[in-house]
Design a binder for this molecule. Structure first.
Ligand code: NAP
Length: 312
């Protein structure tokens, strides 16, 4: 194994072009950690927010700071106290930072061995959006037979929320642009195009049974629209606007990531009951383009970084 690796890092907060690929020392591997040779790192809006100056709770930003909070790859080293994991296993995992790199070190309880039939691209783009959507359905106590409204249903979190809710036996209405209408239908949702007249279209799509709960993964006034459709504001969740959620008496939801949640998502993928849509793949050197892509706020599913390794 080399002593240095290529990674995409920032030296100061700023726009996408502040992300640069450089050589850095391999991360330290603690007694409870595993070192993973990264194959794929998912790219989130959260990563872009950190790049621009936001520090997530529990994180310390130290320049040069490698970004990236989900990954897949192969274990190449196991800490002395780690049980049940070994070199050569392919895993999916999560951290707050550090995944846009050839190697990442992560606590053993933040990686899960891939089940059969789950590829590294799926596994590298599953954890962040998948665990957020899964957490949200739990927090909103989604029950079979109910109707869920997902704002931003075609995005990274939205596509996961639609599929997970359908699997739990809910009827799902999802908002998206015209270009994503058929995509939502394929996921099992009733599509409604956002924009002028949206509230009326949503009422029509809901029909006499109405809407029981809503998840806002879009912003742009979606939370206010949801309050006109769902009676119980405790069953309206926002992933986007904490202050507005509090003002309207709705719930602010943050992802509660765990290896158990990730393992459940991976099992669903291996059974063909959950699919990760990847709209674009970029090389590590194209990381700034990947950030510009997620920052459009539009698009279907996820953006991935494919990590190519030099011959050693
Ligand atoms: N609280 C948390 O723990 C947490 C965790 C993860 C993400 N988030 C946040 O959740 C949000 C969604 O994340 P994401 O990764 O899913 O983003 P994303 O992939 O960019 O998806 C956003 C989706 O919103 C849709 N959209 C844009 N304008 C809209 C509008 N006016 N009405 C309805 N939909 C609209 C877009 O659909 P079209 O392409 O069809 O326009 C797009 O598919 C982001 O703000 C992110 O920061 C929060």
């Amino acid at each position: 194994m080399p002593g240095i690796m290529r990674a995409a890092a920032i030296d100061e907060f700023g726009p996408a072009d502040h992300l640069n690929v450089r050589e850095l020392p391999l991360p330290q591997v603690g007694d409870g950690d595993v070192l993973v040779r990264v194959s794929v790192a998912g790219v989130q809006l959260t990563d872009a927010a950190i790049r621009a100056g936001w520090t997530p709770p529990g994180a310390t930003i130290t320049f040069p700071q490698v970004l990236g909070n989900e990954f897949s790859g192969t274990i190449v080293q196991v800490g002395r106290e780690v049980e049940g994991l070994r070199e050569g296993q392919e895993v999916s995992g999560f951290r707050l930072l550090g995944c846009y790199a050839e190697y990442v070190s992560a606590p053993a309880d933040q990686v899960v061995v891939l089940p059969a039939d789950v590829d590294l691209l799926t596994a590298g783009c599953l954890s962040a959006s998948g665990q957020t959507a899964h957490t949200a359905l739990d927090r909103l106590e989604a029950r079979p037979g109910e109707t869920l409204l997902v704002h931003g249903a075609a995005g990274g979190v939205g596509t996961m929320a639609v599929q997970l809710a359908r699997r739990r036996g809910l009827r799902v209405i999802g908002t998206a642009s015209v270009s994503n209408r058929d995509h939502l239908r394929r996921l099992g949702a009733i599509p409604v195009v956002y924009g002028e007249g949206e509230l009326d279209r949503l009422r029509e799509a809901a029909g006499p049974d109405g809407i029981d709960l809503a998840l806002d993964a879009a912003g742009h006034g979606s939370l206010t629209i949801a309050t006109g459709l769902v009676e119980d504001r405790g069953r309206i969740g926002s992933l986007v606007e904490p202050s507005l959620a509090s003002e309207l008496g709705c719930r602010w939801i943050t992802s509660d990531r765990s290896s158990e949640r990730l393992a459940e998502l991976l099992t669903l993928c291996s059974r063909g009951e959950l699919h990760v849509t990847v709209r674009a793949q970029y090389a590590l050197d194209q990381v700034a383009d990947a950030h510009r892509d997620v920052e459009t706020g539009h698009g279907r599913g996820k953006v991935a970084l494919r990590i190519q390794h030099r011959a050693t």
